[in-house]
Write a protein that binds this ligand. Structure first.
Ligand code: C2O
Length: 496
């Protein structure tokens, strides 16, 4: 194992990735931010500098390492007002955490307000030096990353209730309706070779229908867990989810459209919208002329099976140690969501700090009614009915991956080899009773929320206070973490 040490400067910059200029908040000076990568077992030390100056956008920040469990390092999870106070301009904070037993495709993003919609998002890959997939799939190249993003010409969080992204950016490039024929991302392949590609939906809102004209895709990894190979020709990928697939470059030398249609009104492929280019070596430097064919083998969630596993606890619905039902509602007046009748509002003091200060009882933790206590070493089952405000909502849990024992759209359970995820779509109707299980083996306050960032902003979230006594007993938290709140309080005091 090694130390992955990297400086990440958070900056404002004018960018026109689709031909339209706007001010942004970036990690480094690119969109998406620089790739952060290392090996399973490594110690990650990412020093985040807040160099923000534009007060039309958020000036403070915190960074979340999406999908990383942070076992024993809850204070490095990066969620503003859950696990830390935000970093203020001119300051920096060292995120120092180990990734002992996870590998696969992840990402990082701002977890302050809706700041990542303004640009602060990037890929994070943890390689497994002894990846079982390597020998199984015999790929020639495993370096391709595809980030799919929604892009807005207005600054967050201003905007319509139903978000209307102006363009889809694939690897930071795209076109918008009526805009110039901007350069699109090109993925280069050589005929006869096989590629492992890592796809990450870094959107604030849409799910994308992803396909590559003329090619099938073999899915081998979902949200950082290896799955039994599944051949598909279309993947519906929800916000914050990831897939690795193997692409066999077995077609005639040519250009082919890589397509990512968002589920937002009016989305089309006219003039290269929502697209990138798969280019074989030897093909001309032009837009493809390939056509979209109807999918015959789309990804079906229940066809995903983990390679090795058994869902924990008694294989009967409702027979876990802790059984929870999260009823989500959407309130159109004043637009907010409720989870079990409560709208999540950011507390004045981070939940973790409240626990360290001696409050252990979930009912006494702020925000009132949004904190759910969990005892250690229990099997937890959570049922989340779909349909609130239409959906489909991609629900994300921090601190754990979970077994999806019942998927949206299904009446049956899989207790044997269910897919393991950290973001699951909970479907579009209340008949969808998405059911997940995990074991409480990681003390800390962990966020559960809709990964449509606008919905999080509208209160679609709860915090699990997992094993609060153990959190309170933790004395390994670095001094720099203790300094965040006094600095932040002074900063907001002086700017209000
Ligand atoms: Cu991608 Cu709360 O996280």
């Amino acid at each position: 194992s090694a130390v992955v040490s990297q400086d990440l400067h958070i900056v404002n910059q004018i960018l026109s990735p689709d031909g339209y200029s706007r001010d942004t908040v970036l990690a480094g000076d690119t969109f998406p931010g620089p790739l952060i990568s290392g090996n399973k077992g490594d110690n990650f030390q990412i020093n985040v500098f807040d160099d923000l100056t534009d007060s039309a956008l958020d000036l403070v920040t915190s960074i979340h390492w999406h999908g990383i469990d942070q076992k024993g390092t809850n204070e490095m999870d990066g969620v503003s007002m859950v696990t830390q106070c935000p970093i203020i301009p001119g300051d920096s904070f060292l995120y120092n955490f180990n990734i002992p037993d996870q590998a696969g495709t992840f990402w990082y993003h701002s977890h302050y307000g809706t700041q990542y919609c303004d640009g602060l998002r990037g890929p994070l890959v943890v390689y497994d030096p002894s990846d079982p997939q390597a020998s199984l799939y015999d790929v020639d190249d495993a370096t391709t990353i595809l980030t799919l993003a929604d892009w807005y010409h207005y600054l967050s969080p201003v905007g319509p209730i139903v978000a209307q992204p102006n363009s889809t950016l694939i690897n930071g490039q795209g076109r918008y309706p009526g805009g110039p024929a901007s350069t699109l991302a090109v993925v280069s392949v050589t005929q006869g070779k096989r590629y492992r590609m890592r796809m990450i939906n870094i959107a604030c809102d849409p799910n994308f229908m992803f396909s590559i004209d003329g090619h099938q895709l073999t899915i081998i990894e979902v949200d950082g867990s290896n799955v039994q190979p599944l051949l598909v020709d279309q993947i519906q990928i929800f916000a914050a989810q990831r897939y690795s697939f193997v692409l066999n470059a077995n077609q005639p030398v040519d250009n082919y459209w890589i397509r990512a249609l968002p589920n937002t009104p009016g989305a089309s492929y006219t003039g290269g919208l929502n697209s990138a280019i798969l280019r074989y070596a030897g093909a001309a430097d032009t837009d493809p002329t390939s056509t979209l064919t109807t999918s015959t083998i789309p990804l079906v969630e229940t066809n995903l099976h983990v390679r090795v596993c058994i869902a924990p606890g008694t294989p009967t619905p409702g027979a876990a140690d802790i059984n929870l039902n999260l009823a989500v509602s959407f309130v159109r007046v004043g637009t907010h969501f409720t989870v079990n009748q409560v709208t999540y509002e950011s507390p004045p003091i981070p939940v973790l700090l409240q626990i360290l200060n001696g409050t252990q009882d979930a009912a006494s933790l702020l925000p009132t009614g949004s904190v759910i206590g969990l005892q250690p070493n229990k099997v937890v089952e959570i049922v989340i009915p779909g349909g609130a405000g239409g959906g489909p909502h991609p629900v994300h849990l921090h601190g754990h991956s979970f077994y999806v024992v019942r998927s949206a759209g299904n009446a049956t359970y899989n207790w044997v080899d269910p897919v393991i995820r950290d973001v699951v779509s909970i479907g579009t109707t209340s008949a969808d009773q998405t059911t997940i299980r995990f074991v409480t083996d990681n003390a800390g306050p962990w966020f559960l929320h809709c990964h449509i960032d606008w919905h999080l902003n509208e209160g679609f979230a709860v915090v699990f206070a997992e094993d609060a006594p153990d959190v309170a007993a933790d004395n390994s938290i670095p001094t720099a973490w203790d300094d965040l709140c006094p600095a932040y309080n002074t900063f907001i005091g002086s700017s209000s």
